[in-house]
Design a binder for this molecule. Structure first.
Ligand code: SAM
Length: 210
């Protein structure tokens, strides 16, 4: 099953950035910058971008850090990561690792920040729990995990497609998670907060490691 999903993302990687650009590249870039700023990441620190895809958040973090600190992007799709590596050419403080987010090989207490953009809904509940446990393990005490997702759209057609995305990628557990991520995140992090991003179409949910 995981092999099939990986294949799906390998194929999707050929269109992914084009689809995001169609959606409005400017808006996506602003959202990524918003995520980095909200994460509390500062130049000189270590940031992990989980399910990094073609690396857009990781690269934005590397640019934001002005070459100071280290940014790692992790994804299980070789197709997605090969696009990320190409885009990172000339940026020195970012690297990419091929790995499932449920089984990370980084040492405990490594990162100041873990980000995950538009991917938590696509993990099946079991992988999501394993990933959250890994994010907690690799974060330093006081470090922040932050995820970004779309808010439920109001247009009926887009709403249908949104529900389809959640249903197609997992079980009923995903619908529950998408309704309120705070309950599950609170099992791993303290002070969990959900905020709607200005504009109303996206949200961030974040918490801190004890
Ligand atoms: C919708 S894309 C989001 C990419 C990127 N974070 C962004 O905001 O553009 C979801 C990504 O999650 C990755 N992914 C899904 N399940 C994963 C897993 N179990 N381990 C690692 N990566 C995974 C996929 O390969 C894909 O690149």
């Amino acid at each position: 099953m995981k092999g099939l999903r990986r294949k799906y993302y390998d194929i999707f990687s050929n269109f992914y950035d084009k689809i995001i650009a169609l959606h409005s590249k400017d808006r996506s870039q602003r959202l990524r910058r918003y995520l980095i700023e909200k994460s509390g990441f500062r130049p000189g620190q270590y940031l992990l971008d989980a399910c990094t895809g073609t690396g857009s958040v990781a690269l934005e973090a590397a640019r934001f850090s002005k070459g100071k600190g280290v940014v790692a992007g992790v994804d299980f799709s070789i197709g997605m990561l090969s696009k990320a590596v190409k885009k990172a050419s000339g940026i020195g403080n970012v690297f990419f690792v091929l790995s499932d987010v449920g089984t990370l090989s980084f040492k405990d207490d490594t990162f100041h920040v873990v980000t995950c953009s538009h991917a938590m809904y696509e993990l099946c509940p079991q992988t999501r729990q394993a990933a959250l446990s890994q994010f907690r393990r690799v974060l330093r005490p006081g470090g922040r995990f932050i995820m970004m997702e779309h808010t439920p759209p109001s247009s009926p057609v887009i709403k249908f497609l949104y529900q389809l995305r959640i249903l197609s990628m997992g079980s009923a557990g995903n619908r529950e998670f998408a309704k309120d991520e705070r309950r599950e995140l609170s099992m791993f992090f303290k002070d969990v907060v959900l905020e709607i991003v200005p504009g109303g179409r996206s949200k961030v949910v974040y918490g801190t490691k004890d």
